[in-house]
Each structure stands twice: as C-alpha cells, then as structure tokens.
Design a binder for this molecule. Structure first.
Ligand code: NDP
Ligand code: MG
Length: 384
C-alpha cells in the first residue's frame, strides 16, 4: 500500500488524483491532503476517505473541520502547509498546488526523503537547480505529472540518456491559436478560459493562451531530463493526442499517445514504473483519423521565446519571469489588466531585473518578492 499526501486536493489535478486513488484503493491510501479556500471540497473528500491530516488556508475553515472531525489534525495559515508535509505519514507527496506556493512544500518533502509526484511546474521553473541538488542529496525520485513530461518520461523508458537527440514537446496552441496578435487586443477572460482540448484550472488555461505555459514546460523539461535548451523543440499539435516525443540518435522518434485526460499521467506518476487499468476513454486512432504538426511561430508567441532566453541565462531570471507571470495572470483574472498586458508586464519585469545567480532558497524568495512588488506597481500605473 502506497501512502499519499496530496497538496491542492480541491483543484483540477487534485480532484482527478482523488479519482485515481478511489479507483485503486487496493494500491493507494490517502493519509492527508490540503485545500486552499474550497473547504466544501475538503468535506466531500472526508465523506469518502478516512485521512489523518488536513490543511485549509483559513483559520475559520480549519475550525469547521476540527469540529466535524475531532480525530483529524488540521493545519492552516502560512506555515501550515510545511507543518502538514512534516507531520503526515506518507511515501509519496503529490503536489497539485498552483504557483510559487508549491515550492517550499516540495523542498520540505524532499528534505524528509519523500518521493514527489509533481504537477506544480512553477517549482521547477523557479528553483530547478536547487530541487535537482536536493533530489540527489536525499536519494529521492521526482515523477512528472504534466502530460508532456509524463509522455517524455514514458518514451525514455529502456533507453540511454546519451542516445537522446532531442525532446519534442507538443503544444495545443491554447484558446487563441487561430487568432492574429491584432485580434488579441480585446479578448475577454471568458474567451481565454475556453481551452479547445483540456479542462484545467484558470491559471494554466490562461498560461496556455499566452503560451507562457509551454515556456514554463520547456524549462521544466530542461531540469527534469537534463537536456540542453538547443535540444528541446516545441511543435504545434492541435489534437493534443501525441503528448510529446523523444528523438534518438538513430532518428527513431518515440511518442506517447492518449486522449486529453490527466488521469493517465497522474496514475502513471503514482504507480511508476507499473501500469494499471484505468477508467478513462481509450484512444480510437481510426476515429481521430489525422494528426497535424506545425512549426511554432515565436513572433506570434513571444513568451515562448522569452522562456528559452531566460532558461538559457538561468540565475534568478526564470524566477523573475514566473513571478511576473503569476501576478499578471492573477490581475487578468481579476479584470485589472487586458490579455496582452500579461506578456507586456512579463517582458518589462525581465528587462528591469538585475541578473543574480541562485545559490539558496533565500535568493529565490528575494527575486520572487522583488518581481511581485514591481509588477503590482506597474498594474497600479495601468489602472490610474
Ligand atoms: P487549480 O487552480 O485547479 O488548483 C490549484 C490548487 O491549489 C487548489 O487546490 C487550490 O486551493 C490550491 N491553492 C492555490 N493557492 C493556494 C495557497 N496559497 N495555499 C494553499 N493552497 C492553494 O490548478 P490546476 O489543478 O489546474 O493546476 C495545479 C498545477 O498543476 C499547476 O502548477 C498547473 O500548471 C499544473 N498542471 C495542471 C494541469 C491541469 O490539467 N489542470 C495539467 C498540467 C499541469 P483552493 O481552490 O481550495 O483555494
Ligand atoms: Mg502540460
């Protein structure tokens, strides 16, 4: 029985992870989980699964759960996530938090010698070097949940690292793949949240439309698989059937295919290296008929190009880019800025930032705090 601690249980990945666990109660035991503000979802989970540790963001919600379940240890507040990660009994941390908030719990779990299944790509973008070093120091495994990285991990099985020629990451193109840059001026939040292929949380759906998501994924792939940026290619693939590929030195390309359903990569990360039956729709290639692949247009999607540049330069810049994007993405969700302001703010912050190497978590916290403050001020200027 594998014991699982799930962070972000109320989100899109979190709820699908619960589904995977419930379908394999002979394999997995959920020993603890966190939600942010959606305490109703916490109560739903507790109806079906008996867990010992729960985190909710606010003190009042924590009190509600403590009252209803007196045998559960409930955590809240800023330090609470780390306390949960420290106190719970588990073999695998599943990190389905969104954003920078996912970093510290990941590092904490690794420091406690726990394996991690990671959906929270922001962790690797802001602290790739530190996370990698921690993994080596503590002899623990990191299993990717992001569908592209799960696909690559699957395509790498049984092959040697030195035989990789390149990674080919597929991109659906997001909600506005057929719009020109000119047409992006007046798009609304509701338009942005209509992803053609995937149903996901708001932040990543917006990141897919700006193509920041694919930029974050390129950096994530660089750290996960130790491949140079020159050897990571992104191709536009509208159908989201081929989840990514690996090309080898003999020109053989391995691909992983499946319907756009995150329960497969979640289950693969939880069960690695085993595969188990799943209750999702199987892929019918005859029905799909045709698959398309196109070159990515870096002028149409400048944030993807920026991510390559920032990834190559390294240091604090990926953290700066990520923090600027999180602030801008959030401001767009609140209706404070227009869609195209997101990328303008990210570019501005990266240009303004002073390059610094990253040697500790403090360096990352400093870069993140600086950029959030900078971007918030720029947003105030836009709103004046
Ligand atoms: P959601 O927004 O759906 O869920 C995010 C989760 O994090 C929720 O449980 C939320 O709690 C919690 N959370 C957010 N902020 C805080 C905070 N400050 N403190 C504590 N908890 C917090 O996101 P997704 O599930 O879509 O994405 C999660 C991660 O997985 C992201 O990094 C995303 O990029 C990545 N990913 C997602 C995919 C998808 O299909 N959704 C695909 C590939 C990667 P609450 O809602 O209760 O406040
Ligand atoms: Mg992805």
């Amino acid at each position: 029985m594998k014991k699982i601690l799930l962070l972000g249980a109320s989100g899109s990945i979190g709820q699908q992870t619960i589904d995977v666990i419930k379908n394999h109660l002979d394999q997995y035991e959920l020993t603890g989980f966190s939600v942010g503000k959606q305490v109703d979802k916490a109560l739903m989970i507790l109806k079906d699964l008996k867990v010992a540790h729960v985190y909710v963001k606010d003190a009042e919600d924590a009190a509600k759960i403590s009252e209803a379940y007196q045998d559960i240890k409930v955590y809240h507040g800023q330090e609470g996530l780390d306390e949960l990660v420290e106190a719970a009994d588990y073999d695998l941390l599943v990190n389905a938090l969104v954003g920078f908030v996912g970093l510290q719990p990941t590092l904490k779990a690794i420091s406690l010698n726990k394996d991690v299944a990671l959906a929270n790509k922001e962790t690797l973008v802001v602290a790739g070097e530190l996370v990698k070093k921690a993994l080596v120091d503590h002899h623990v495994n990191l299993f990717p949940i992001d569908s592209e990285h799960s696909a690559i991990a699957q395509c790498l099985q049984g092959n040697k690292h030195e035989e990789i020629k390149k990674l080919i990451i597929t991109a659906s193109g997001g909600s506005f793949r057929d719009k020109s840059r000119d047409q992006l001026k007046d798009v609304t939040l509701a338009d942005t949240l209509k992803h053609p292929n995937w149903s996901m949380g708001a932040k990543i759906t917006i990141d897919s439309a700006t193509m920041m998501n694919k930029g974050l994924e390129v950096i994530e792939a660089h750290y996960l698989f130790d491949v140079d940026y020159d050897d990571i290619e992104v191709v536009l693939h509208r159908e989201s059937i081929v989840h990514s590929m690996v090309e080898y030195v003999d020109n053989s390309i391995m691909a992983q295919l499946g319907n756009a359903d995150m329960r497969l990569p979640i289950q693969y990360a939880l069960g690695f290296p085993r595969r188990y039956p799943i209750n999702t729709e199987p892929l019918d290639l005859v029905k799909v008929g045709t698959l398309h692949f196109e070159k990515m247009d870096m002028e149409r999607f400048p944030l993807l190009k920026l991510a390559y540049d920032v990834g190559r330069k390294g240091g604090n810049l990926p953290c700066i880019m990520n923090g600027a994007n999180e602030e801008a993405n959030f401001a767009f969700q609140k209706g404070q800025i227009a869609f195209l302001d997101i990328e303008a703010l990210v570019f501005k912050a990266v240009e303004k930032a002073k390059f610094k190497p990253i040697t500790s978590i403090e360096d990352i916290l400093e870069a993140d705090a600086w950029v959030r403050n900078y971007v918030r001020k720029q947003i105030e200027v836009i709103n004046k």
